[in-house]
Design a binder for this molecule. Sequence first.
Ligand code: MOS
Length: 741
Amino acid sequence: MTTSERFVGSAQRRTDGRKKVTGTAPYAGEFTTTGLLHGAVVNAAIARGSIRSIDIAAAEAVPGVVRVFTHENRPDEAWFTSAFKDMVAPDGTPLRPLRDARVFYSGQPISLVVAEDFETATYAASLVHVAYEVTPHQTDLTAARHDAFDPDEGEGDIVRGSAENALATAPVSIDRNYRIAIEHHNPMEPHATTTVVEADGRLTVYDKTQGARNSYDVVVNVFGLPEDRVQVLSPFVGGAFGSGLRPQYQLFLSVMAALVLERSVRVTLTRDQMFTFGYRPDTLQRVALGAEADGKLKAVIHDALAGTSRYEDFTETVVDWSGLLYQCDDVRLAHRLAKIDTVTPMDMRAPGGATGMYAIETAMDELACELGMDPLELRLKNYAERDQNEDKPFSSKQLKECYRQGAERFGWSRRRPEPRSVREGSDLVGFGMATGSWEAMLFPTSARATLLPDGSLEVATATADIGTGTYTILAQIAADALGLPMDRVKVAIGDSSLPKAFVEGGSATAASAGSAILKACQELKEALLTAARRIDGSPLANVGLEQVVFSSGSIRRAADESEAVSLEALAAANGNAPLSVEIDNSPSDSPYSSYSHSAVFAEVRVDAEIGMPRVTRIVSAVAAGRIINPQTARSQIMGGVVFGMGQALHEEAVIDHALGRFMTHHLADYHIPAHADVADIDVLFVEEHDEAVNPLGVKGVGEIGVAGTGAAIGNAIYNATGVRVRELPITVDKILAGWTR
Ligand code: MOS
């Protein structure tokens, strides 16, 4: 069987682009229905304790208020906490909104006011009066670190050789501490759920989520509903970055209110309330590196301590990168947690990776300085040809090419090793670089491919497009498989009733949903050929799948392409019944380890008088297997790089530890890079063929754009100024504090 690839590998505009820019792509908080009610959430004002009393009389008295829900009057729900556990819940007991009087964190939802309109609900919510029993809280990780614990009792540690001994005897060494700030995801679209009660009592739930199926499972389990009574839809998602991986409290509250009131209810979180759930955790890290005088690594030690909530143990992969990126036989890596009184942290773009690679990649730069060696040379010197953590070969690894092509594009050879040695006008100019990596995962995914009566194709799986381009790449894959133009392929996603898929996360959707769609299309081709053979006088009566091609909307004999059956004719011959196949696809045990890689190069300019840093140029050279769509993939990397810039220079959620509350809770206080902060981002895809990772050869892109970017910028700032800031974000005050003139 021959396959021609017209679309996979070519730049394609987003199939949903027009809808999005014309405002006709509906988001969860925009779906409407007659008689829709609106909910406003009241959030707890203390960090720990309980509700002594909650007075809702004034709120209830407001004309237009329909009901005020609290823990005292909420309906019954599932008793077992397991019902609240979503697909990606960490160990512990998930927050059960309005469960009882206990308060676990400032911002916890404690009441829902439902009214005929949003403004009335919001006003009435301000009248809910709460008296608290306050328990002393701790939100400061520095103080809480004395009670650090190991969430997996040593299981997660990586130890090979004797890193302490190797470090002690290494001719050159560094031992440094790093800290990153808490970050909030801040997608453009705030979280919202619109629960529509249909005439027959079924619930159509429009939810902002990265996994319609994840939200669906939780709704069905928590409220004990029959499976066919609920459908969760999330056709469009306005960014999520991990904030939509776990169902959020507005989903629970919206469905709860709709069930009790038997009316449709929308609950939208405000921008402020976007700071009342998950975040990238505060993490303290120590990295110690030992090396021979020639730069060969002798010892790698990486310890990380992150905050988690009282009720769940959120963990991420922070330290493992330090045993993976470079060849070293004496390694000790450990990740610990400490309980603080906040909401449970959550995956945020390149979770763990953005954290850990910031530390190891800054430490590598510091070691290079200590050695008097070029930082890129040091990385090449210690290049890992094998995954030492797993003791497996890589299925592919074009990182050397990333280094080479990235350095050339950037002009790395012009770098002056001596810090503070390049001045242009009022600016100190510096170059920095770092390595990035991200695991190429594959999640179990089911998919369906259907030949519709008009001869067009529909492919379906319950994954999501969170702005990444999933609709587009799935259409490319399916169009090529069936030899159709892209506009003859309908992609159905974002719907819990479709074949089951995992959450859209981990940059694994191109691989997971893509492989499942490809497999479904391949099986559909067999079914179509079987049907084509049965047509009276079929020119394909005696041919097998390897003797045909699917092209221009027909199945054709490869030997003579004029002998063909068109998909339209096939659909008609099938009596207008759709021909459909459904498959399951799961990862298989692999002898290989699969990661995407990047080399990130940054140029910064720091004002020599006031210490203001600006990133003026980034080159991100990425090897991520096959790139299905260079246009959407480039956007993914650019977005990732901007996230890295935010982490390096801007983003910081500040807690007032006396109140135990986030004080940065809107975009005026919580800074993200604005257009003026983002200059020249050059994305380069390095060719990488990988037959082993999955049949598509795809590793996925997105988070790889974040990994390493923060370190590259910090390293450039050091090169520009001679100031090494070891706490993100690198702000003017921290640069000035280290200023030497
Ligand atoms: Mo990503 S943090 O898996 O959405």
